[in-house]
Design a protein around this ligand. Structure first.
Ligand SMILES: Nc1ncnc2c1ncn2[C@@H]1O[C@H](COP(=O)(O)OP(=O)(O)OP(=O)(O)O)[C@@H](O)[C@H]1O
Ligand SMILES: [Mg+2]
Length: 320
């Protein structure tokens, strides 16, 4: 990210309190700029909640936090249901009204443990997130951050089904420092809490206007033909050369041929550019963690290296 970019201040606040987790931090920035939802999966206690709180605090966005559980009712997510009884000439009329709250009035929301929600509430929740509307009214939400522990028997949760998972354009696998064997970063956390054992406060650093200004800019970020080609080649490579298919992957046309453009544009804006370059194809990494098999995801840097190098070479060749 360029040092004079307005969103640097959010990164600074995250870096002050959370060591490592660069991918989660970058995905949070891309998500709020592009107004796309984020899914973060990671073991307990790996600062997922904390990072979302820091961003919303520093960006002065209205924050809604909800911990989903097996009995989550829809009203807990969208506000209070008020039931009233009126007596008219013809009898009594019972009316039900929603006093909006929760995800309907927030600008950024954190849905912790999304995989624990019961199907009924989850479906309505995801529909609202997807349409960004409640009945006919638009909601002010920029981005929803859903977290989940890894889906395994020991966590008592079920994976989101692919159609639901695909609603979260950005997807990050947040490994803990200890199991990730990141001992240097672990030492830094210990040092941080040795020096500052107390509560933390997040100062206000940015305002909603900046997000609106950048969202307007987003649509006019140019995507040159070589980047369009690079994107098409990326998807083709995964399917033709790496064996990604319907049974092992989630490569939807919507996500890769439409939504990914927004993410690459946001990536360009974070680097103070109003035109995408092949470097922005690197942002595809923030979208693929749970969309392709793990062993292929582990080779993603290399796949992207090849793709961006090839493009650069052909551009130089073309210039000669
Ligand atoms: N990388 C880190 N840098 C600094 N502090 C950390 C880091 N990882 C964990 N912590 C500390 O651990 C606490 C736990 O983080 P948090 O509650 O955000 O985890 P979580 O991933 O949301 O956990 P859960 O899955 O249980 O909801 C943080 O508040 C922070 O104090
Ligand atoms: Mg949490």
């Amino acid at each position: 990210m360029s040092a004079d970019n307005p969103f640097v201040v959010l990164k600074e606040e995250m870096d002050k309190l959370v060591v490592g987790h660069e991918e989660v931090k970058n995905a949070l920035l891309l998500g709020i700029i592009a107004r796309e939802h984020i899914y973060v999966e990671g073991p307990p206690g790996t600062a997922k909640t904390m990072l979302a709180e820091i961003v919303s605090g520093a960006a002065q966005l209205r924050f809604f936090f909800y911990q989903l559980h097996r009995d989550t009712r829809l009203s807990e997510l969208i506000g209070d249901l008020v039931i009233s009884k009126e007596t008219t000439d013809t009898g009594e009329v019972i009316k039900q009204k929603v006093v909006k709250g929760g995800i309907l009035t927030s600008e950024i929301c954190l849905l912790d443990d999304i995989s624990r929600a019961p199907g009924e509430s989850l479906n309505v929740l995801l529909r609202i997130l997807n349409e960004r509307k409640f009945f006919d009214e638009s909601i002010p939400l920029l981005t929803a951050i859903a977290t989940s522990n890894p889906t395994a028997d020991e966590y008592y949760n079920e994976p989101l089904d692919p159609a639901n998972l695909d609603r979260f354009v950005l997807q990050i696998n947040a490994q803990g420092l200890s199991y990730g064997k990141k001992w240097e970063e672990a030492r830094q956390v210990i040092k941080l809490y040795t020096e500052n054992p107390g509560e933390y406060e997040v100062p206000a650093r940015l305002s909603r206007e900046v997000f609106d200004e950048y969202y307007e800019k987003l649509g006019s970020v140019e995507i040159p033909i070589e980047v369009q080609e690079g994107l098409a080649n990326f998807v083709a490579t995964l399917i033709e050369n790496y064996g990604c298919n319907e049974t092992n992957s989630l490569i939807s046309d919507r996500t890769f041929f439409v939504k990914s453009l927004k993410i690459m544009r946001a990536h360009a804006l974070l680097n103070n550019r109003e035109q995408c370059t092949v470097e922005d194809l690197r942002a595809l990494k923030y979208m693929t963690a749970f969309r392709i098999p793990e062993e292929i995801f582990m080779q993603l840097d290399q796949i992207l290296d090849e793709l961006t190098a090839k493009k650069k070479k052909s551009r130089t060749a073309g210039a000669n």
